[in-house]
Design a binder for this molecule. Structure first.
Ligand code: BTN
Length: 271
């Protein structure tokens, strides 16, 4: 099923979003809108009404795109902004690791398709040359101790120049495929490839658990073994990034020698 909710002046070629897609469930239903407030909000609403696992919503632009920790996510035309509905039969603690599944999928695709030196950054970023190219926002809905649905939102800075299309303060910390490659890419093809990889890694995660995903994710984690600064809700600390453990926690050795695990925070590399 492919539904175009509104395609006014869409630059995305909507008829190419599903054509030739090689997946079993992911992207079998796709809804497209030229402009959405936030594809995560849209997907959550659909999931609440019973949308099936694998449903994807995609927008050419978002007017109120959302990032982690209540931040806004700028989503100009030319980017890839979509959200995927999943209904894993897992407990909430396990399902929260889907952020890593999505981060790994994007990292692998950017490396394989474009030859970019993409890296994973805890907990939910993909970087190229130290700048953020993709962010992931996974949101869960639970009923008691069971997961009702997870919405995995993926935002890839693709066909725009960050200095022109994003606010000034992001120009230095963000990058895009166009900035890295010096050309525009085939957005619809990237979308399909990402859905295929997401499905493969999701199946691997369901079948074999978190370990194989985490192992690959860590292979691309350039911040491990480096000195980092972590900004939490109430504190800012410096430490040596020892590991990301099998609960998805960042393990740091702090300056006073103590070892601490973090579940929330923003990490930046120390010079
Ligand atoms: C972050 O790095 O803070 C997460 C950013 C996630 C952005 C994507 S774009 C598609 C989806 N819809 C949203 O409103 N957010 C996510």
């Amino acid at each position: 099923m492919f539904v175009v909710v509104d395609s006014m002046s869409a630059k995305l070629k909507v008829n190419q979003l599903q054509d030739g897609l090689c997946t079993k469930r992911v992207g079998r239903s796709i809804l497209f809108s030229c402009r959405s407030k936030s594809t995560n909000e849209w997907a959550k609403k659909l999931a609440t009404y019973g949308a099936e696992e694998g449903t994807v919503v995609i927008a050419a632009t978002q007017t109120r795109g959302r990032g982690r920790l209540g931040r806004r996510w700028d989503s100009p035309t030319g980017g890839l902004w979509f959200s995927l509905i999943l209904r894993p039969k897992l407990n909430p603690r396990e399902a929260s690791k889907l952020t890593f599944v999505a981060g790994l999928a994007v990292t692998q695709v950017l490396r394989e398709v474009f030859g970019l030196n993409a890296e994973t950054k805890w907990p939910n970023d993909v970087l190229v040359n130290g700048r953020k190219i993709c962010g992931i926002l996974a949101e869960m809905n639970t009923i008691g101790e069971t997961v009702n649905f997870v919405v995995v939102g993926v935002g890839v800075n693709a066909n725009f120049d960050v200095e022109k299309a994003l606010p000034e303060q992001l120009g230095k910390v963000a990058t895009s495929l166009e900035n890295e490659l010096g050309r525009k890419i085939h957005l619809e093809k990237l979308f399909r490839t990402l859905l295929e990889r997401l499905e493969n890694l999701y199946e691997l995660f369901l079948k074999e658990g978190f370990d194989p995903v985490l192992e690959d994710w860590k292979n691309y984690a350039g911040f491990l073994g480096r000195q980092v600064e972590i900004t939490g809700r109430t504190e800012k600390l410096i430490g040596f990034a020892l590991d990301v453990d099998n609960e998805g926690a960042l393990v740091l050795r702090l300056e006073d020698g103590t070892i601490r695990r973090f579940f929330v925070g923003d990490v930046s590399l120390q010079a």
